[in-house]
Design a protein around this ligand. Structure first.
Ligand SMILES: NC(=O)c1ccc[n+]([C@@H]2O[C@H](COP(=O)([O-])OP(=O)(O)OC[C@H]3O[C@@H](n4cnc5c(N)ncnc54)[C@H](OP(=O)(O)O)[C@@H]3O)[C@@H](O)[C@H]2O)c1
Length: 233
């Protein structure tokens, strides 16, 4: 499979890239700045040059996303999967009365507009009727049923991402493409911190099983966790 992964340099994105390569997939690994490519990702690209392609893609810059899509299209690259993984968690400490609104805008730029720019530019490259899958990495924080009165920027951006996932699934389903919002679990990454119960590689393995359609997910579901279990909307 040929898979595009955003935020591939560290955290869950890097684990997804590493494990996808381990499964023999080709990965277009999007990172914000080529000069900031992590040692792990660079080493992977050196070890598997035919499977790892590092590309500059700040998901908040629509023109950068479009430029990469044009480049891939000019090489007749077709995609079997897209994982919109890049995400940010800002303003945790603020309740509504002190919430800096620029953090809300910034969060929406990465967590919602990013996946939208990517889908706008890259969905034409997805193969039709070949079990292509798009995974938008969401969070249980985006569940309305589990709302907890905090993390406004993050939680609301992920709720919107869930809706975008459902909308684009409805649109792309006739092409044989499935779009899912996936909660990866609480993971030990820079974002999740050291106390999280899950290793990011465990979550990445589950997400790849979903992408490869090894994990069966009922048609009516669009928000699941990394094991394929239904998440409350
Ligand atoms: N960790 C958890 O417990 C947890 C729980 C639920 C959901 N999630 C979701 O899982 C996903 C991955 O999280 P993580 O824990 O791996 O986070 P992380 O360790 O903080 O890594 C975030 C990744 O996103 C990239 N990124 C941020 N802004 C970007 C931009 N504008 N353009 C391109 N890439 C950008 C970062 O790249 P740079 O290196 O350039 O900054 C980095 O690769 C996120 O969507 C997050 O919301 C995580």
């Amino acid at each position: 499979m040929n898979i595009l992964i955003t935020g591939a340099g560290r955290g869950l994105g890097f684990q997804l890239t590493k494990l996808a390569v381990g499964r023999g997939h080709q990965v277009v690994a999007g990172i914000r700045e080529i000069s900031d490519a992590s040692e792990g990702l660079l080493a992977l690209a050196v070890q598997f040059p035919e499977l790892v392609r590092i590309e500059k893609m700040n998901v908040t810059r629509e023109e950068e996303v479009e430029a990469l899509a044009d480049k891939l299209a000019s090489e007749s690259v077709e995609l079997d999967g897209i994982i919109n993984n890049a995400g940010v968690l800002f303003g945790r400490e603020h309740k509504i009365d002190t919430l800096p609104m620029h953090l809300v805008r910034l969060t929406f730029e990465v967590n919602l507009f990013g996946p939208m720019y990517v889908m706008k530019a890259m969905s034409p490259l997805l193969k039709d009727h070949s079990n292509s899958t798009v995974i938008n990495v969401s969070s249980e924080a985006g569940s309305m049923a589990l709302a907890y009165g905090g993390d406004y920027p993050y939680a609301i951006s992920k709720t919107a991402l869930n809706m975008f996932s459902k909308q684009s699934n409805c649109e792309l389903n006739p092409r044989g493409i499935r779009v899912l919002a996936v909660h990866p679990g609480w993971m030990r990454t820079d974002m999740g911190g050291g106390k999280a119960p899950l290793d990011a590689s465990e979550s990445a393995n589950g997400i790849l099983d979903i992408l490869e359609r090894k994990t069966f997910i009922k048609d009516e579901l669009f928000f699941v966790d990394h094991t394929g279990r239904s998440m409350p909307v």
